[in-house]
Ligand binder design. Structure first.
Ligand SMILES: [Fe+2]
Ligand SMILES: [Fe+2]
Length: 238
């Protein structure tokens, strides 16, 4: 079973969790667990983790999508609970953030090209020209799930890259799609491109923006999954 649980988001999916600007999710895949991003601050992240009854000791790796505070802000709190945690950052991250990993007791792993972090769990590698970012691609055996932090390099390009990297239908794309303030026709183009790429379900959240989320909801109908903290999505694994 692949299970992805949103731990930190500015949108609320279930009521008893704290919201704040940022994103983080836990990816549980068979016997492995990877934390993707850490939200904007440790207290909010750890409070949600505790509320959900998640034991961080099970986490084998942390992947930070990009070097923005709303994704790296909970790093300290995570490393305090997971001493020595292997932490995958883009090579282009600032020396300051890299020092936060090593200074906090984490084991720093720099990412440039695509890599398989744990069996079936891939990073796209650093994408984008200005703000460099990596996304996760999980291979369920029945198709792939793509998870983005902010999608600064562009959500369509990320999914295209993910499909080149790991064969299979795109079961779900979730996370921040970075479409806040983007004109409607441009969002509609992205929706059409994702559909052309065979994306079956979407769960846009974090920095996607209300207007773009509404367009995705309309375009995907029953295949739209409302995002936000507390969301759990599950897929069978072959
Ligand atoms: Fe963000
Ligand atoms: Fe960002």
């Amino acid at each position: 079973m692949l299970r992805v649980t949103t731990l930190y988001d500015n949108y609320q999916h279930i009521g008893n969790l704290r919201t704040n600007w940022g994103f983080s999710c836990l990816v549980e895949f068979g016997d492995t667990a990877v934390l993707f991003d850490t939200g904007g601050d440790s207290p909010t992240l750890l409070s949600n983790i505790d509320e959900l009854g998640i034991d961080l000791a099970r986490v084998q790796a942390l992947v930070l999508s990009h070097d923005h505070g709303d994704h790296t802000g909970g790093l300290q709190g995570v490393l305090e609970r997971c001493p020595g945690l292997k932490t995958y950052v883009c090579d282009s991250f600032s020396p300051r953030t890299k020092r936060e990993v090593t200074g906090g007791g984490g084991e720093l792993a720099g990412v440039t090209g695509p890599i398989e972090i744990l069996p079936g769990i891939h990073s796209t590698g650093e994408l984008g020209a200005t703000i460099r970012e990596q996304s996760l691609v999980v291979d369920t055996g029945n198709g792939i799930v793509v998870i983005t932090g902010c999608a600064h390099p562009g959500i369509v390009g990320i999914v295209r890259k993910a499909r080149q990297l790991v064969k299979g239908d795109v079961l779900l794309v979730m996370g921040g799609f970075h479409l806040m303030g983007t004109p409607g026709p441009v969002v509609e183009r992205a929706v059409a491109d994702l559909k052309d790429l065979g994306v079956q379900k979407v769960s846009p959240s974090h920095c996607t923006g209300d207007a773009a989320i509404a367009l995705f909801r309309e375009a995907f109908g029953d295949n739209f999954i409302a995002g936000g903290v507390g969301l759990v999505v599950e897929f069978p694994v072959k």
